[in-house]
Ligand binder design. Structure first.
Ligand code: SF4
Length: 365
């Protein structure tokens, strides 16, 4: 397919002149936030189209108390923690997994949960815990590794489960948070590759807002903005798939079945937001012996957010990184204060890397 990005931008500019006021479009996914920053999309758009980042970075929405509990777990005898790299640098209330590793805890970075299961099989004297984090995109991998562990009778393998689901968080933002004035959603293409588009239909059906399931190239994002503008101007909100290369209405049935076999929905705590009903995945009772939180009986730890860190409001879309007094001063990717500056999908990290030079130009925010 040939794409004409200049034509798309011209059409957006033309249609934006017909808007009666500024419109707020939320990109729910951290990968979109990064792509928007990296490709200067905010600067390409007319000033009456405001892009707002949502809670779509799994590391960022993990509670600080969970980070503290994982750090405590890592100090127990014979425990070996496997995690994706982003989690290593997220500050808990006192330290990070990275610094904990330097004090002697066995913490290993991995790219797939299979690496942790293999380690458990090769080291039966160790208790191996995989930090299972992510949305519907990574949950099938965790489900597959648990089924594999069960099939092979591996009894020294566990997961510390942090999986969350995106549609419930979007529902929460629309249903409970009236302050944001969100006009439309750029929905996460990779999540929908698993879930399909149907779980997002409520955005247009119930809340009468456009929702476009979007790929990750600059053209994908701009085309979605154009689709949204057309829907707003014709007052015809729909949930549509722009990312037709990867997303079907019904999603990936094999991956969905894997999730449903191993997990069930439960309420979950989202950093900066609080408890959201049905927004987490908990292990079904059959798989409870793999649940590190239950097996190791980690104490609940009550911790406070870092002073002056606005991650909570940034995850809700109420503030932008430039509004945080620590941004690019006390808080940088080398020395992060909050999770939004650590993660490769974090909003503060994206603004720091790609957009901080436009800080003094409010029109480009
Ligand atoms: S800039 Fe740092 S301190 Fe401020 S909100 Fe972002 S992560 Fe938190």
């Amino acid at each position: 397919m040939t794409v004409n990005i200049n034509k798309t931008i011209s059409e957006i500019k033309h249609l934006s002149r017909k808007l009666p006021s500024v419109i707020n479009l939320m990109e729910v996914c951290g990968t979109h936030t990064m792509s928007i920053g990296k490709n200067g999309i905010r600067q390409l758009l007319p000033e009456n189209i405001n892009l707002i980042s949502g809670p779509g970075c799994p590391v960022c929405v993990t509670g600080i108390n969970e980070i503290d509990q994982i750090i405590e777990l890592s100090s127990l005898k014979d425990i070996v923690i496997f995690t994706f790299g982003d989690m290593l640098k997220v500050p808990g209330s006192k330290t990070t997994l990275f610094r904990q590793k330097a004090t002697g805890s066995a913490i290993k970075m991995c790219y797939s949960p299979n690496e942790s299961l293999k380690y458990a099989m090769d080291n039966p004297d160790k208790k191996v815990v995989f930090l299972a984090i992510g949305f519907e995109t990574t949950a099938p991998l965790t489900a597959a590794v648990i089924k594999n562990a069960e099939k092979n009778n591996i009894n020294n393998f566990y997961i510390y489960n942090l999986h969350k689901t995106v549609p419930s968080a979007v529902f929460f933002l629309l249903d409970k948070d009236k302050k944001l004035n969100l006009d439309a959603f750029i929905c996460p293409g990779h999540v929908c590759a698993i879930t399909g588009s149907r779980p997002f239909d409520f955005i247009s059906d119930k809340f009468k807002k456009p929702a476009v399931i979007t790929g990750f190239t600059p053209y994908d994002i701009l085309e979605s903005v154009l689709i949204i503008l057309k829907q707003i101007l014709s007052d015809n909100p729909e949930t549509v798939i722009q990312y037709t290369l990867a997303v079907r209405e019904e999603g990936n049935i094999f991956a969905r079945n894997l999730i449903n076999e191993v997990f069930e929905n439960q309420s979950s705590y989202w950093r900066g937001i609080g408890i959201i009903e049905d927004s987490g995945l908990s292990l079904k009772s059959r798989y409870m012996s793999f649940n590190a939180k239950k097996v190791f009986n980690i104490n609940t730890i009550d911790t406070k957010e870092p002073r002056y860190c606005d991650c909570g409001k940034i995850l809700l879309g109420e503030k932008k990184p430039f509004d945080c007094r620590l941004f690019a001063g006390k808080c940088t990717p080398e020395n992060p204060v909050g999770p939004c500056m650590v993660s490769s999908e974090g909003t503060c990290a994206a603004y720091y890397k790609y957009e901080r030079l436009s800080k003094n130009d409010p029109g480009k925010r």
